[in-house]
Design a protein around this ligand. Structure first.
Ligand code: SAM
Length: 223
């Protein structure tokens, strides 16, 4: 069995009882960064072997994990934050594991996700939205932002502290969002959680350099 376990996006208390149970009962925890996961497991006094599994893990590592699954081991996959596979490692392992062991039981253990958390406090109608993940760093970035102007729906995307200002400039230049309302959610669930609301023109000056630490979710309303 392979459990895909969502973990906190900042505040370590954001974990479900089921996630704690599953992690406590797993034979092995697969983690994107073993140090990050160790902090979480220590917080809940879960003593488990942790094996690193990240986007650069080679075929040998995947073969080893598949071998463990074939032997009936009970594995739990976590990433550094939120729901595994949503813009972090996990998808490839799930698809490879399914290919190798077609009747494998893969169980979702739902929990935090940064995009959904940001949407939940946006106040925008959420019956439908488009999630775009991260804008490309270089090639395709302009196209990403141009496409935004064609999407007639609520848009959500992730951006890092290194490129959030650039993203706002790109939105201004290529996306023609005009005076659509936006929410930029920074450091959700953490000590310096900040929610910026308003139009692009209103928010941009507030994201001064000193605010730029942290992780960001950008939400743009429909109209
Ligand atoms: N799997 C994660 C999830 O379920 O949300 C997303 C992983 S992705 C590698 C990391 C990005 O998610 C960050 O760069 C940021 O855009 C967003 N993110 C994660 N945690 C966040 C937080 N606490 N506050 C705001 N954005 C966050």
């Amino acid at each position: 069995m392979l459990s895909i376990v969502a973990t906190p996006i900042g505040n370590l208390e954001d974990i479900t009882l089921r996630a704690i149970n599953v992690l406590s009962n797993a034979d092995l925890v697969l983690a994107e960064d073993t140090r990050v996961t160790k902090v979480l497991l220590d917080r809940y006094n879960i003593k488990k072997e942790i094996l690193s599994y990240h986007q650069y893990s080679g075929f040998k590592k995947i073969d080893h994990i598949i071998e463990l699954l074939k032997r009936g081991k009970n594995l739990a996959l976590v990433t550094d934050a939120g729901t595994p596979g949503i813009n972090d490692p996990g998808n490839y392992l799930v698809s490879e594991a399914l290919r190798a062991v077609p009747n494998l039981k893969i169980v979702p253990i739902p929990g935090p996700n940064a995009a959904i958390a940001a949407l939940s406090i946006s106040g925008f109608p959420k019956d439908s939205f488009v999630f775009l993940g991260f804008p490309p760093h270089k090639k395709g970035r302009q196209t990403f932002f141009k496409k935004i102007s064609e999407i007639d729906s609520i848009i959500v995307f992730y951006e890092s502290k290194h490129r959030i200002l650039k993203a706002l400039e790109n939105l201004e230049k290529f996306s023609k969002i005009g005076d659509k309302q936006m929410v930029i959610a920074r450091e959700l669930t953490k000590q310096f959680e900040t929610i910026y609301r308003g139009t692009l023109a209103e928010i941009k000056p507030r994201l001064t350099d000193k605010n730029l630490l942290g992780e960001f979710v950008v939400v743009i309303n429909k109209k």
